[in-house]
Design a protein around this ligand. Structure first.
Ligand code: GLA
Length: 399
């Protein structure tokens, strides 16, 4: 191609076309979140009671516990970090909570192999009443970039209810992030009310909340599941449905998500169901004090591999009865992941034929919580405890 190109044309290509192509690619949604983002967020456990020491401790604990190695590679500072604006209207952190500033915190977190996320809102004040970004989008995006921020959760409290305004306000901030000189993942948080799955990717989001705030209860997990479960056609690499944070390991602790808590079978279901739906995996428990069960659930590498599979398909809800929810998620190597949830309040015997799920033939069935093969068959039979989810990986053997 280049041999036949006149020198001037070649020069033009190098100066104008090449950088433009590179820019387009590096700004594109897929590069920012090729698989669902993973990490840990301050909100559900700490609320606004946060400070830089807590973030340091969390970062250290995430490395020491193996969370970072398992893929939880972000820390997101949610609401409550802000300290208003300075004389030239730059947003500043609360000097009592973050005396060393956010840049120093980002440097620390980055040195641990973790990315740093922050939070703002498309109105004058955030949900918890702190300074937000409306009218300061360009300036705040540049400030976040200068601090080394990698991810922005952008909330919608205090903003008008219509979708037209929401699209405009989210696009404004995503454009500002693109112009900030740094690659920053944009997480849209308007709680699903304006059906963001239809427009949030075009407004520049890599993920969007589909639901109201999750709480630490089984009822809440089911509530958010039911909304998110039918939205699979809207998810894919660079654009993800977000049914809110994981509640695994909160165990009834106080905090904004505080509720009765779940048992470990239910927390394991929370993890399984979020993985089959290719949801962002954002833990919110106190990672400094995790018991063995919480670690086992959050750091199941085989479950995480389903969530993070490069094909980027959200599992499809194939069976939906009062007792059973069964999801099927095609995987990059040709395998399928299956999640079978017993929603009922009794132990149940499952007998699910794969043909019923649109999967013909015989499969090797691997149970991703037992970490072992449980047979070669055309169906799955097994006992499920109340609210248990079986997470299986099927490898085709024959037709
Ligand atoms: C909203 C969001 C939550 C959290 C709080 C912070 O409720 O949905 O996830 O960010 O605001 O105030």
């Amino acid at each position: 191609m280049f041999k036949k190109m006149p020198f001037v044309a070649f020069l033009f290509f190098c100066i104008h076309i090449l950088p433009a192509t590179a820019q387009k690619k590096s700004n594109n949604n897929i590069d920012l979140a090729p698989t669902p983002p993973m990490g840990w967020m301050t909100w559900n456990y700490f609320g606004t009671d946060i400070n830089e020491n807590i973030i340091h401790e969390i970062a250290d604990a995430m490395v020491a516990s193996g969370m970072v190695k398992a893929g939880f590679n972000h820390i997101m500072i949610d609401d409550g970090w802000q300290g208003g604006r300075d004389k030239i209207n730059n947003i500043i952190p609360d000097p009592q909570k973050f005396p060393s500033g956010i840049k120093a915190l980002a440097d620390y977190v980055h040195s641990k192999g973790i990315q740093l996320g922050i939070y703002s809102d498309a109105a004058q004040l955030t949900c918890a009443g702190y300074t937000a970004s409306l009218g300061f989008e360009e300036q705040d995006a540049k400030t976040f970039a200068s601090w080394g921020i990698d991810y922005l959760k952008y909330d919608y409290c205090g903003a008008p209810g219509d979708s037209v305004t929401a699209k405009i306000r989210y696009k404004k901030m995503s454009d500002a992030l693109r112009n900030s000189g740094r690659q920053i993942v944009f997480s849209i948080c308007e709680w699903g009310g304006r059906q963001p799955w239809f427009w949030a990717a075009n407004a520049g989001g890599q993920l969007w909340r589909t639901t109201s705030d999750v709480r630490d209860s089984w009822h809440s997990v089911m509530y958010n599941l039911d909304i998110n479960a039918t939205l699979e056609s809207h998810a894919g690499p660079g654009h993800w449905n977000d049914p809110d944070m994981l509640i695994v390991g909160l165990r009834g602790s106080k905090g904004p998500a505080g509720d009765n808590g779940c048992n470990d079978i239910e927390y394991q279901s929370n993890m399984s169901l979020w993985c089959i739906m290719a949801s962002p995996l954002i833990a919110t428990n106190d990672v400094r004090n995790m018991n063995a069960e919480t670690k086992r659930i959050l750091m199941n590498d085989e479950a995480i591999a389903i969530d993070q599979d490069a094909l980027g398909k959200q599992g499809e809800l194939k069976i939906n009865t009062k007792t059973w929810n069964v999801f099927v998620k095609p995987l990059e190597n040709g395998d399928y992941a299956i999640a079978i949830l017993n929603r009922s309040d009794e132990t149940q015997n499952a007998d699910i034929s794969f043909t019923q799920l649109g999967l013909d033939g015989k499969y090797e069935i691997r149970d991703l919580w037992l970490h072992e093969s449980v047979g070669n068959s055309k169906n799955y039979k097994g006992l499920l405890q109340i609210h248990e989810t079986k997470l299986l990986r099927l490898k085709k053997l024959s037709n």
